[in-house]
Design a binder for this molecule. Structure first.
Ligand SMILES: CC(C)(COP(=O)(O)OP(=O)(O)OC[C@H]1O[C@@H](n2cnc3c(N)ncnc32)[C@H](O)[C@@H]1OP(=O)(O)O)[C@@H](O)C(=O)NCCC(=O)NCCS
Length: 179
């Protein structure tokens, strides 16, 4: 398996992977929504606020994950939020998702990012170092529909104190439907 952080040239394939993978697991409405989100993240986000990591096997796209910046008004620490995450349907349950996320977190850590957040199923994300956080300690950009899915981890030796909000997400995520 090879990892890549280049996304402009692969943007269409990456968006299609999100559409197909979420359609298979959650239906076509969700597939279209997440595919469109991935496309907008790649098209509209300034590159310094976006990190996309992909996993490849013999030229085939096996998985893709997207991190985008969360900015905290009262806090200088650098925070990225992970999502969406998808592995090609026929390649799921082969550890690709976990390896790709671990790779992405390692790169962010090397860049000096202080905190990674995500919003999803704790049973999966706990396997790659995330644990439950509260909206009080890490303010989310919108009130969360599923606060039990709000997760995070400190990278590096950032001061492990609550982050001072309010927080703001990138424009593609600026819709309560995603939160
Ligand atoms: C979720 C997803 C990214 C996981 O990638 P993957 O490569 O299949 O996962 P891995 O092989 O690294 O890890 C598999 C383990 O994670 C767990 N897991 C996988 N998907 C899970 C899910 N949706 N919820 C909870 N646990 C999950 C499984 O229990 C599995 O462990 P097991 O085989 O011992 O039971 C992939 O299944 C996927 O693309 N799903 C559709 C899109 C999606 O739901 N994205 C995440 C939204 S939060």
């Amino acid at each position: 398996m090879e990892f890549s952080a280049e996304y402009e040239v692969h943007a269409a394939a990456i968006a299609n992977l999100f559409t197909a993978s979420f359609t298979a697991s959650e239906g076509s409405d969700e597939g279209e929504l997440i595919g469109a989100l991935a496309r907008r993240l790649m098209e509209e986000t300034p590159s310094e606020h976006l990190r996309v990591f992909t996993a490849w096997n013999n030229g085939e796209l096996d998985g893709a994950i997207i991190f985008s910046r969360l900015t905290f008004k009262g806090d200088k620490r650098v925070v990225f939020v992970l999502g969406p995450v998808a592995v090609a349907t026929k390649r799921q349950r082969q550890n690709i998702g976990q390896r790709l996320i671990a790779h992405g977190l390692r790169v962010l850590q090397q860049e000096g990012v202080d905190f990674a957040a995500t919003y999803g199923d704790p049973r999966f994300y706990e396997r790659v170092g995330f644990s439950t956080i509260t909206e009080k300690d890490v303010p989310a950009p919108f009130p969360l529909q599923h606060p039990e899915g709000w997760l995070g981890q400190f990278l590096n030796n950032a001061t492990k104190t609550p982050l001072q909000g309010p927080s703001r997400c990138v424009t593609a995520f600026d819709d309560p439907i995603f939160w």
